[in-house]
Design a protein around this ligand. Structure first.
Ligand code: S3P
Length: 170
């Protein structure tokens, strides 16, 4: 596996956090999980940030965390939030970085099945299935635009996905 950060992007429910944990242990690299970092830094849950300050405030924190993570010298595994590609600034940061950006690509059916329960996803509060379909359509080209590699997660275990990520970045 080449040196440099490994960044996982993809929709809510695509398995970024779980795959990130496995990769971190297999590659013996620190793991930075954007959603967790935002909650730690602000001492609030994503839901609280979203409800009190709104999505834009959350997105600004997300950009700060992304920038800090990519600035680290030690190679790491970075699990981003699904919406990291929404801001143009983040897409530019990802494209211009030396990091390997891997899109964990999943079918909409699998995502719908997986995101049924999840309190940290305010975007899916009303009619989650319709919302998810719309977000998937809106973001597909954005993920493609930042990705150095694409790994399909459909019908694969977390371990299989992690191994596929390793292979594509070797
Ligand atoms: C979001 C995805 C979530 C979380 C927030 C917004 C999105 O992260 O950052 O609810 O816009 O897709 P996960 O992808 O880890 O669920």
């Amino acid at each position: 596996m080449e040196a440099g950060h490994l960044v996982l992007v993809g929709m809510m429910g695509s398995g970024k956090s779980a795959v990130g944990r496995v990769l971190s242990s297999r590659l013996d690299r620190p793991l930075f999980d954007s959603d967790e970092q935002i909650e730690e830094r602000s001492d609030r849950t994503i839901r609280e940030i979203w409800d009190t300050d709104g999505e834009d405030a959350f997105r600004i924190l997300e950009t700060q965390v992304l920038t800090d993570n990519l600035a680290r010298v030690e190679s790491s595994v970075i699990s981003t939030g699904g919406g990291v590609v929404v801001r143009e600034e983040n897409r530019r940061i990802l494209v211009e970085s030396e990091a390997h950006v891997v899109w964990l690509k999943s079918s909409i059916e699998m995502l719908i099945e997986r995101v049924r329960n999840g309190v940290h996803r305010p975007l899916l509060d009303d009619d989650p299935e319709a919302k998810l379909r719309q977000i998937w359509l809106d973001r597909e080209s954005l993920y493609r635009g930042v990705a150095d590699a694409i790994v399909s997660v459909d019908n694969r275990s977390v371990l299989d996905v992690a191994k596929a990520v390793e292979r594509c970045c070797a």
